[in-house]
Design a protein. Sequence first.
Length: 169
Amino acid sequence: MTIWICGTCGVEHPDTEEPPAGICRICADERQYVPASGQIWTTLDKLAADAHELVHQEPEPGIPRLHREPEFAIGQWTYLVQTEQGNLLWDPPNSVDQPLLDKITELGGAAVIVASHPHMYGSQVSLSHRLGNVPVLVHSADRQWVQREDRVIEEWRGTERILPGITLI
């Protein structure tokens, strides 16, 4: 089985032998797009094998950010909000490889993964599995946009204090 990644938004899809039929639900939404050339699918293995580098910056103390260059899909930056009781990984990357995992580990790991919105779900489940099955929090209003269901996904709503000093609203 293979984890399929949408080439436009970078969101992971279920383990299947063949790419998902049709177009990515997230890209079909009016807030996104499907390229004129059509739907493109890739895999985590192919992304890891592509020539790229991991960019690490720290725009503010305790909030390092990571980015893949050249970027893939939406090209989001992933932030790691560091606390003494664990780290929040915000807007998970759309590709997962060993240099990324090594850097996250070097920076203290992740206690929880959260995306700001469905276009930023990236490879949240795959990353969670590689980081020891840390919880992936998905807001109840966006639950229907999860493309890869898994036991690590936990729904939240309202206001949720997830780590000391970090509250989701």
